[in-house]
Design a protein around this ligand. Structure first.
Ligand SMILES: [Fe+2]
Length: 183
């Protein structure tokens, strides 16, 4: 290593390098989720949903720090891929919040978009935990598994809130939101 420099080029035929690239993507994703949820949670009308999103924004920020400390053990990669799919989902959520009225229907739309983001995170953390196991990095597998379980728990909480909100929505409101015109 020259001059203490830790960056290195991506070599996709190197499994450990692929794992580190995934950790970098996950760190960036965690920061995107933290910032996105911090921006969006005040839009939630339901107090439980608002608190769930606020608390998960804090979790995501803490997870970015945990991932950063894992990366400090490996060194960062040059030219690692950037996953823009969650940015697109947050853009969709912002648009949805800006174009619908505050209330249960908008909360359900918000839950739907945040759950898509959580499912994306669950896929990434699940893969990275499996990679850490294969690489014999037990401590890192435990950390990644803990993050994975947080996301699964949040996903389940959101499902429960959506189920509660869905019950009292009057059909007239559904028709209006879908642009359905009564015959
Ligand atoms: Fe999450």
């Amino acid at each position: 290593m020259s001059g203490g420099r830790k960056e290195r080029a991506v070599k996709t035929n190197d499994f450990e390098t692929m794992y580190v690239a995934g950790l970098q993507e996950a760190e960036a994703l965690a920061m995107t989720v933290a910032e996105g949820l911090t921006e969006l949670y005040p839009s939630a009308d339901d107090p439980e949903l608002r608190e769930t999103l606020r608390a998960h924004a804090i979790d995501a920020r803490a997870n970015a720090i945990r991932l950063k400390s894992l990366l400090n053990c490996h060194g960062r990669l040059l030219d690692a891929d950037v996953d823009g799919s969650v940015d697109a989902l947050f853009a969709l959520a912002r648009h949805s919040m800006a174009t619908t009225e505050r209330g249960p229907l908008r909360d359900m739309a918000l839950i739907s978009l945040v759950q898509r983001i959580e499912h994306h995170e669950i896929a990434i953390y699940g893969t990275l935990a499996a990679y850490a196991k294969v690489l014999g990095r037990q401590d890192e597998k435990v950390t990644l598994g803990a993050i994975l379980e947080e996301d699964r728990a949040t996903d389940e909480d959101l499902t429960a809130i959506a189920s509660r909100l869905a019950v009292p929505v009057p059909m007239a409101a559904v028709d209006r939101s879908l642009g359905v015109v009564a015959a």
